[in-house]
Design a protein around this ligand. Structure first.
Ligand SMILES: [Cu+2]
Length: 642
């Protein structure tokens, strides 16, 4: 309970009604100058902050192992009390980024007693001491203000995955593209943006180096009266289900090894996960851990759900690498949302593959047993997609409870996996939609005319870094991205420059209208989850092989699925049709952190003429002040050894 009080005092939510969401534009300076003085804003909550948590806990989960970072169950359960309205408000959050070991916030590494999501002790990076981080909830039209203090010993940025940031690209949170990093050891920054013309399931994560793999992840849910999926009509309970892989090493150790001639664990390829986590808890095999390891496998997590209800699980794959295959014994899934798009889809899905960065809302009806009964939720690594011969499944127990959250001491454990689950060692690594087509509930046709068509060819290969050192990585159009960390691409374009073609592959859409990205995955064996910032895309065509234009390609503009992250199969192409109405310099990249870290990112420049007119706040400019614009990053962590 002490922890709970501690966290709620940090995670104070201030909600103030306003008739119109307005940006604070009083402290702006034109971005052609990057020499504004550093920020002096405070990261502490104001005295007027309330002490109520962001959401109420309806069905609390059992306590997690006490060697764990504090894990507030309110991050999984959305209260029915949240007022869904079109009257915009400002919602303020206070995020403290910290390294956590043994429940204590620490600032140095290599403590003797560490936290252990899957039983194996390691240090995690957290938001407000929590992993996964606090849930952000807002209504469409709200202004969201996140006051960030970075207490880590490594610089940071946080990205709001799926939020379009139309007119506020500088709040997108990508170090070296949309901002300079928030300095380590106490640096502060205020993310401030208005969520417009969108609603659904999103998430946030570090977009600095690969440190999302160290724990800096959390959920975002945007409600709206316009959302066709309504609580009480389409579902009764609203839950977040975090799934992800985990490695036991810190991400910077892994990336450094991947870039070395020896590779990581003896190979240049992205590593297999050490564990799969469900709501932040995994189960590593401690008998296989190295001698002397600090390892105790936690009890499997339980997820309490009321019996006789329709439960909406908003599945977020917050992992660094593995596509995960979800199934719940005896319970078919109905797919009702893909990323943030409400959809009609099959109601008899036995296994749902979810790629990193993707979201699906899975509807489950809890009428397959009695109060107290348990059913295994199986989350299996899609081994074939990892080019791995290992089987890894994490199980959580979904337990039926009554409407008050109670259940008898003994219930029946139902342990009966679906008979038709694919073998993860051989199952195709296709997007879920390859097997289960999904149709948006709010119909929208893609543009039938496009102003520009650009091609990204993506391929594994050998590259040479700006330091002259060769490495194995991934290129877009034969260019592996290298990050001018203190001179964001956005600022470069504002200053009239084009992205340097020796550092990043980029394409430009000058005007607002329809635009196509032909994305060719030339890797013969590797699928990739591809994410575009700034705008959902319509998937108007896909197929095997690769294409250079749309000649002979069948294009479907009739209410195609629109989303922001899609799995592209090996040796395949997709045609992503855009509406180029969000000015900015937007990354398109692989959401496998280990691929992104070795170059798999390109830039989509939209309406550069409008970008010239951007005006960032002084605090944004201050992040770049005094830094070396010629430096390449991300910076290495200032490791303090034991
Ligand atoms: Cu990839």
């Amino acid at each position: 309970m002490r922890h709970f009080l501690f966290v709620t005092s940090v995670l104070a939510v201030v909600v103030s009604a306003r008739s119109v969401p307005t940006r604070n534009t009083t402290a702006t300076a034109h971005s052609s100058s990057l020499s504004a003085s550093p920020s002096t804003s405070s990261a502490g909550p104001p005295q007027s902050a309330t002490s109520s948590p962001a959401v109420q806990t309806v069905y609390p989960q059992p306590p997690l192992p006490n060697r764990w970072a504090f894990n507030d169950p309110s991050i999984y359960t959305l209260s029915g009390d949240f007022e869904i309205t079109d009257i915009p408000r400002t919602r303020e959050y206070y995020f403290s980024l910290d390294a956590v070991a043994n429940g204590k916030i620490v600032a140095i590494r290599y403590l003797p007693d560490l936290v252990a999501p899957d039983g194996y002790a390691r240090q995690m990076f957290t938001v407000n001491g929590q992993f996964p981080g606090p849930l952000i909830q807002a209504n469409e039209g709200d202004r969201v203000v996140i006051h960030m203090v970075n207490n880590l010993e490594i610089d940071q940025t946080i990205h709001w995955h799926g939020i379009t940031q139309n007119g506020s690209q500088w709040m997108d949170g990508i170090g070296g593209i949309s901002q300079c990093p928030i300095p380590a050891n106490g640096g502060t920054f205020t993310y401030d943006f208005t969520i417009s013309n969108q609603y659904g399931s999103y998430w946030y994560h570090s977009h600095y180096a690969a440190t999302l793999a160290d724990g800096l992840v959390g959920g975002i849910v945007v409600h709206s009266p316009s959302d066709p999926l309504k609580r009480g009509v389409d579902f009764d309970e609203d839950r977040i289900l975090y799934v992800q892989d985990l490695l036991h090493d810190q991400s910077d150790v892994i990336v450094a090894a991947l870039k070395s001639p020896q590779g990581y664990r003896g190979a240049p390829a992205a590593p297999e996960p050490d564990a799969i986590l469900i709501n932040g808890v995994g189960a590593t095999n401690c008998t296989a851990a190295p001698a002397g390891s600090n390892c105790t496998t936690p009890a499997p997590p339980e997820i309490l759900v009321p019996a006789g209800k329709r439960i909406r699980f908003r599945v977020l794959n917050t992992g660094a690498h593995a596509m995960l295959r979800l199934s719940l014994d005896k319970h078919p899934f109905e797919i009702i949302e893909a990323d943030d798009t409400p959809v009609y889809g099959s109601s008899d899905v036995h296994e749902a593959p979810v790629g990193p960065g993707q979201r699906y809302s899975l509807l489950v009806t809890t009428d397959k047993g009695e109060v107290g009964d348990t059913f295994p939720l199986r989350v299996t690594a899609a081994s074939a997609c990892l080019v791995s011969a290992f089987r890894q499944t994490m199980v959580a127990h979904v337990r039926y409870v009554d409407d008050n959250g109670n259940y008898p001491e003994y219930g029946t454990p139902h342990d009966q996996p679906w008979h038709d689950l694919d073998d993860p060692l051989t199952a195709a690594c296709d997007d879920l939609t390859a097997k289960y087509p999904l149709a948006p509930r709010v119909a929208e046709n893609a543009p039938t005319e496009v102003l520009d068509t650009h091609v990204f060819n993506s391929q594994f290969g050998q590259f040479v870094g700006v330091d002259g050192v060769a490495f194995q990585g991934f290129g877009f159009n034969s260019i592996a991205y290298q990050n001018q960390i203190n001179y964001p691409l956005l600022a470069q374009v504002e200053n009239g420059l084009s992205p340097n073609p020796s550092l990043i592959a980029s394409v430009t859409y000058q005007n607002s209208g329809g635009g196509d990205i032909i994305f060719n995955n030339l890797d013969p064996n590797l699928p990739h989850p591809i994410h575009l910032h700034g705008r959902s895309f319509y998937i108007v065509a896909r197929g095997q092989g690769n294409i250079t234009d749309l000649h002979g390609v069948e294009i479907d503009t009739n209410n195609p699925l629109r989303r922001d992250t899609t799995q592209i199969s090996a040796a395949s192409y997709m045609v992503l049709r855009l509406v180029t109405d969000t000015p900015g310099v937007w990354p398109i990249h692989c959401h496998i952190a280990w691929h992104l870290s070795v170059g798999k990112l390109g830039a989509v420049v939209i309406q550069p003429d409008a970008v010239y007119d951007f005006e960032q706040p002084a605090e944004w400019l201050g992040l770049c002040a005094g830094t070396d614009p010629q430096a390449f990053g991300p910076d290495k962590r200032n490791i303090i050894s034991a």
